[in-house]
Design a protein around this ligand. Structure first.
Ligand code: M6R
Length: 382
């Protein structure tokens, strides 16, 4: 039921403070009751993923982790890859399910393959799962729909618990997928002494995240509606990001194109000079993601390059509150500021304005928000 919302998509965007809470419930532990007294390091069990806890020793023996997914689910893997690599110190690769199947990439018993899917029924992801099982890799599902094929066939897994997602455009599943993979990384690094300070920073930021998502929604809805009015007649929009925001520009571009039918591209900001800069003139709308993280200086460079090519009148910067580096651009670009959180969760906040923008663009263009042309919620055929 849509309740008082005009569309399922808007309802699902606004449900995110609650869906994130549900994803964390019983998994991101608030107090230290479960302190492991037998462990000499006195490491606290601050997370608990029941669905994979029996297989922890298998994970620890594995030589790499391979994430396999399609569309928005693929982007959530990109968003969480860096923290998974950082905390597990394992090589992490990400595969588009269709390409993975085409290549029949070599897989080994020592590999962990994680299949990420909202519906749990996506044909390409399912076929990739069957292939991984044949290769005897350990298979893990990160799935929203309980009882779905991927949930049943994988060796173990975690449900997103995000609640039913009806709108074809995935919103709350995306943010729940990111934090599920982050919790997964916390679980795999639970007993790593050198990671404890970093783990605590991420753990505490997870607990604070739902309130920040709520604030972002309240602060930015009208702002994004106004920006949508300005962009509604454009035929093309380019989105740039890097580091933790690379996934955000890919996902933001997918949301806008699938709903508003405006051509959009999400481009790694490091690729600017390798081709995309040629597209920039004073008429090209550009959305740039700038966070206060390890990539901040490089993103500033990209910003200057874009500005120098005339991308001024149509420049939108998605930044973080309190970032003094952005003040210089206040007169030259539209600044959209989200609250700051730990680097690896910033993408959960910066995708919110993109969800709102794609929604308002679609309404402004008089299109079908919940059922875009030619698309289905669940892609059960290749
Ligand atoms: O159900 P899945 O997560 O496996 O679906 C994969 C994609 O079809 C899906 O994420 C699609 O890209 C979104 N509906 C786009 O918003």
């Amino acid at each position: 039921m849509k309740g008082s919302y005009p569309h399922f998509m808007l309802k699902e965007i606004y449900e995110q403070p609650e869906s994130l809470l549900q994803t964390m419930r019983g998994r991101v532990l608030i107090n230290s009751q479960s302190e492991n007294k037998t462990n000499a390091l006195q490491i606290k069990s601050d997370v608990h993923l029941g669905g994979i806890s029996q297989r922890l020793s298998d994970f620890k023996r594995s030589s790499r982790i391979i994430f396999v997914a399609c569309g928005t689910s693929f982007h959530s893997c990109i968003a969480a890859r860096q923290v998974m690599e950082e905390l597990t110190e394992l090589p992490v690769t990400i595969e588009l399910a269709s390409d993975f199947i085409d290549r029949r990439t070599p897989l080994f018993r020592s590999d962990v393959c994680v299949f990420v899917s909202q519906s749990g029924e996506t044909a390409d992801t399912l076929e990739a799962l069957r292939y991984a099982k044949k290769c005897q890799a350990l298979t893990v599902g990160v799935v929203n729909v309980v009882g779905s094929s991927i949930a049943r066939i994988t060796d173990c897994g975690v449900h997103l618990n995000a609640g039913a997602e009806i709108g074809v455009a995935s919103t709350k599943a995306y943010t729940s997928q990111i934090i599920t993979i982050v919790i997964f990384a916390l679980q795999l690094s639970l007993d790593s002494r050198s990671k404890q300070v970093r783990r605590k920073e991420i753990h505490d930021a997870l607990l604070a995240l739902p309130a920040l998502v709520k604030k972002t929604l309240t602060d930015l809805d009208e702002h994004m509606k106004a920006i949508a009015q300005r962009l509604r007649d454009n035929t093309s929009i380019l989105l740039f990001g890097r580091g933790y925001q690379y996934a955000t520009c890919l996902e933001g571009a997918l949301k806008i194109k699938e709903l508003s039918y405006i051509h959009t591209e999400g481009i790694h900001a490091g690729e600017l000079k390798h081709g995309p800069l040629a597209l920039i003139d004073e008429n090209m709308p550009v959305i740039l993601f700038a966070s206060q993280d390890a990539c901040a200086n490089k993103v500033q460079n990209a910003l200057h390059q874009l500005m120098a090519r005339g991308g001024i009148s149509n420049m939108i910067i998605i930044g973080t509150e309190g970032d003094s580096n952005l003040e210089a651009f206040r007169d030259k670009a539209q600044l959209v500021l989200v609250p700051q959180t730990v680097d690896c969760l910033q993408c959960v906040l910066s995708i919110i304005p993109m969800q709102l923008l794609s929604y308002h663009l679609t309404v402004a263009r008089g299109l079908n928000v919940d059922q875009p042309r030619s698309l289905a919620k669940s892609v059960t055929v290749e």
